[in-house]
Design a binder for this molecule. Sequence first.
Ligand code: COA
Length: 147
Amino acid sequence: MHLHANAKHHKGPTLQNKNLLGNLAELHAKCFPHKPWSADDFADLQKSGCEIIASQNGFIVYRATCDEAEIITIGVHPDARRTGIAAAMLGIVEGDLKKRGIKHIFLEVAADNAPARSLYTGNGYKQIGVRPKYYDGVDAIMMRKDI
Ligand SMILES: CC(C)(COP(=O)(O)OP(=O)(O)OC[C@H]1O[C@@H](n2cnc3c(N)ncnc32)[C@H](O)[C@@H]1OP(=O)(O)O)[C@@H](O)C(=O)NCCC(=O)NCCS
């Protein structure tokens, strides 16, 4: 299963899109058990212009504006981690954005999220700043990659 859900292509809540967003919410809860997003949350993201690439075991949400883009979130099912899924999804998104003329990608990651920081650093993202105590007392590390 491969979903490229984009607000431009999903103007109304089609049954198919609703089912996909429900599956996405279930997967998100496995990845972020302490802050799960509902299917409605994902629908709102789509409406606000976010793009979502998802498969059975992973998802990535991003938003492009002018010549910049932001990775909103990324998650991989706990049973499928360390198999290259997140790195592959990042690669797909970067390829898509590059084709569209986007030059810079930004993201934020919690300072204590070692797996995610390692993922981003290993894929060429550089630290550009810190938002102190941004996530429940944990610093947010701001990162950028020029593509
Ligand atoms: C972060 C996350 C998306 C990584 O997904 P993944 O598919 O396991 O990552 P990949 O297999 O593509 O790994 C790519 C690289 O990231 C780094 N990495 C991933 N998991 C790691 C871990 N547990 N410890 C250290 N480095 C890790 C490694 O450098 C890895 O390369 P390697 O396996 O060749 O050493 C996944 O752990 C996850 O869903 N975490 C919970 C949600 C989350 O925190 N998302 C990020 C929010 S900013």
